[in-house]
Design a protein around this ligand. Structure first.
Ligand code: NAD
Length: 452
């Protein structure tokens, strides 16, 4: 099938590469000319395991190409995917500027029937708005061309995006048009071979499904985070509680981890957007407000522990803190809403020096921090270093921020002899407190029993 993907970010580029790998002819468009140039030159603008190989292979085979030209992109396609960003607006609602601008660009050029697919996460009613935007442009040209807008929300996880896209748990097709549904079924058939993973529904339900899924996942995280704080106060261990409840099939073991609060480009903005939708419709989802509040508080929990370790905030001045991990989760360079940024700001505010290391997000973190903390970078108060061992040089304590594989089994003996204040703050409950303590280090986790 001839497919155009509009927006070559985490979702667009992965979708395009995966469709191409199944033999489709894919043209990816982005308004960011720098991105498109990079892609044409064979370099991948984001870090996503396996994406490099997939894009290179399909580019060489002529199954995927890149452009900034809407003329070319619209002319190319039988199916056009919208995979542009939907960032939060000031009032929390999803900003549809990019989606609607792309829709108008399609309407201005459409010359034959097409299926337009909303893959971006968009509020209920957006397919209608996209349809209207395209229709208005067609009317302006007095063009009578059939098109359908369907909703096909994406559930891939950054860091495992290709696996998720190639072997999805479910494929949601929200469509009010029989012919468009047929086209979508045909397109996704290779991804749904073992059993039928396609779930058909009306457009509005599909739009809501995506928000419902993310809100549910965010709920589990905030629940565990809040419970972890209580566990600590009660001298119970959240890890034991997690295993105890996760074994109940009605609860299940996944996504029950307490930590430093959720970040990333999806959960925070999608919770906000769904909350705003609920308020706008007079059906406020009170639970979501609480989820947000808990999450904001959780991002500060580790800082409080560090301050307490040193005897109060005032004692933090001049201390050197090593950070392992910066991205909002492992296997990605995505720094959007990363809890590390909150911790960094709090530590700098308190006068700490920071030595931070991340296996892949160093450059992206540098770009973001340059915008907000340029002076600290210049003065060396904040250093983004090239290895985990460089991070702990001259440090008082270590904070595990992101659970990258390479941080899983450190040499605790070495850490004990290097860290001046002999303490580890485990923001992801990755380490066995007994082993850490046996090495002569203080261990601080999230919701763990603390005999100190
Ligand atoms: P992204 O920011 O990585 O990429 C968006 C791309 O769209 C950018 O490259 C941008 O230049 C381009 N763009 C913006 N306006 C454009 C226009 N008018 N025409 C062409 N290109 C344009 O975003 P992402 O993380 O890929 O997310 C895209 C959508 O998918 C969002 O709605 C997001 O909520 C949703 N989503 C994301 C994930 C994820 O894990 N990242 C997962 C599921 C769903």
């Amino acid at each position: 099938m001839k497919i155009t993907i509009i927006g070559t970010g985490y979702v667009g580029l992965v979708s395009g590469a995966c469709f191409a790998d199944f033999g489709n002819n894919v043209l990816c468009l982005d308004v960011d000319a720098r991105k498109v140039e990079m892609l044409k030159a064979g370099s991948i603008p984001i870090h996503e395991p396996g994406l490099d190989t997939l894009v290179t292979r399909n580019f060489a085979a002529g199954r995927i190409a890149f452009t900034t030209s809407y003329d070319e992109a619209v002319e190319h396609a039988e199916v056009i995917f919208l995979a542009v960003g939907t960032p939060p607006d000031e009032d929390g609602s999803a900003d549809l500027t990019h989606i609607l601008s792309a829709a108008r660009s399609i309407g201005q050029r459409l010359s034959r029937p097409v299926v337009v697919v909303d893959k971006s996460t968009v509020p209920v009613g957006t397919a209608d708005a996209v349809s209207q935007a395209i229709r208005q442009e067609l009317d302006r040209r007095a063009a009578r061309i059939d098109f359908a807008v369907v909703s096909n929300p994406e559930f891939l996880k950054e860091g495992a995006a290709i696996e998720d896209f190639m072997r999805p748990d479910r494929i949601i097709i929200g469509s009010n048009d029989e012919q468009a549904t047929k086209v979508m079924r045909q397109l996704y058939a290779p991804f749904s071979r073992n059993h039928d993973k396609m779930i058909e529904m009306d457009v509005r339900s599909a739009e809501l499904t995506k928000y419902a899924a993310n809100a549910m996942l965010a709920t589990r995280i905030s629940f565990m985070n809040e419970l972890s704080n209580l566990a600590e106060a009660l001298d119970a261990d959240i890890e034991a509680v997690r295993m105890g409840i996760g074994s109940d099939p009605r609860i299940g073991p996944h996504f029950l981890y307490s930590g430093m609060g959720f970040g990333g480009s999806c959960f925070p903005k999608d919770v906000k957007a769904l909350l705003k939708t609920s308020v706008d419709h007079g059906r406020t989802l009170h639970l979501l407000k609480a989820i947000e509040t808990v999450n904001e508080a959780q991002k500060g929990v580790l800082f409080e522990k560090i301050a307490r370790h040193f005897g109060g905030r005032d004692e933090l001045y001049g201390k050197t803190i090593a950070l392992w991990g910066l991205s909002f989760k492992p296997n990605t360079d995505d720094m959007r809403e990363a809890p590390s940024l909150v911790l960094i700001h709090q530590l700098l505010q308190a006068g700490c020096r920071i030595r931070a290391y991340d296996p892949v997000a160093r450059e992206e973190a540098g770009r973001i921090l340059q915008a907000t903390r340029a002076e600290c970078l210049r003065s060396g108060q904040l250093a983004l270093v090239a290895s985990s061992s460089e991070a702990i040089e001259d440090a008082d304590v270590l904070v595990l921020v992101t659970e990258w594989k390479e941080f899983r089994a450190p040499d605790f003996g070495l850490l004990a002899s290097t860290l001046r204040s002999k303490a580890i703050f485990d923001g992801r409950n990755q380490y066995d407190p007994e082993i850490v303590r046996a090495a002569g280090l203080r261990y601080y986790g999230i919701g763990r029993r603390n005999p100190w």
